[in-house]
Design a protein around this ligand. Structure first.
Ligand code: PGA
Length: 242
């Protein structure tokens, strides 16, 4: 794992966007794996700047998102569909038909998850996967547990995640308890992985991911098995590394 230490959230966002922009310049029809949450917002703002000021085009890019709350319609204020539209897609020249986000209303999530993984394979796999890390060590909504799960599937969110994400909702009670998440096989199948971490709240998860045992109680630790992972993190997030 390559670790790039940066000063703060702004520098993390600029660096991450630089790497993603270079990927798109080198391969205009890249398949980008995208993430939601607070972490990538600044990166998306920087990518919009590349589009507006530097002529970077996403016209041929395809995107595949990591997850969606189960039970939320795409139009719901807190859905990740809405997040991606408002935070990135509405501001660049990506074609709507080339964006893919798990369907939070899928009536048969098991079959749906299989189809989502097949779609990723049919696209030739993900060229560059952007990830955040949960303060409990999750990646996408692969929560700590007894197993690593390969497939895209319906999962129960753990209490920690519900509490972390309550800040986006009116209250904790409004946070959905389930989500459809990309599984480890599609994530690890990405050719390159870029993971971002900012702030002391991520320090324990980052330490366990980088230096801990590869164990399903720390889902991000499985990234140790991937040959091309870059972590961009600030000092508070790196503060527990030995
Ligand atoms: P955050 O979430 O970016 O909102 O901190 C990260 C994650 O849960 O993966």
């Amino acid at each position: 794992m390559i670790i790039i230490k940066i000063q703060d959230y702004s520098e993390m966002s600029r660096k991450a966007a630089q790497i993603i922009a270079a990927q798109v310049k080198a391969k205009p029809d890249s398949v980008l794996g995208l993430a939601t949450g607070s972490t990538p917002v600044g990166t998306y703002q920087e990518l919009i700047r590349y589009y507006e000021e530097d002529g970077l085009s996403f016209h041929k890019v395809t995107t595949v998102n990591l997850d969606e709350y189960y039970g939320l319609a795409p139009s719901h204020e807190q859905s990740y569909h809405r997040f991606m539209q408002e935070t990135l897609f509405d501001h660049i020249d990506i074609l709507p038909e080339n964006t893919n986000i798990p369907d939070g209303l899928a009536s048969d999530p098991y079959s749906y998850g299989k189809e989502y993984d097949k779609l990723i394979v049919s696209l030739g796999g993900i060229d560059l996967q952007l990830l955040g890390i949960g303060s409990n060590g999750h990646i996408a909504f692969n929560e700590p547990g007894r197993f690593f799960s390969a497939q895209t599937r319906l999962v129960d969110l753990n209490q920690h995640t519900i509490e972390d994400n309550a800040r986006f909702f009116g209250s904790k009670d409004e946070v959905p308890h389930q989500a459809i998440t990309m599984g480890m096989k599609s994530i690890l199948g990405a050719k390159r992985i870029l993971i971002l971490a900012s702030g002391a709240g991520k320090a324990k998860a980052v330490k366990d991911m980088v230096e801990g045992q590869i164990a399903p109680m720390v889902p991000a630790s499985i990234l140790q098995l991937h040959s091309d992972v870059t972590l961009i993190a600030d000092q508070p997030a790196l503060s527990l590394l030995s």
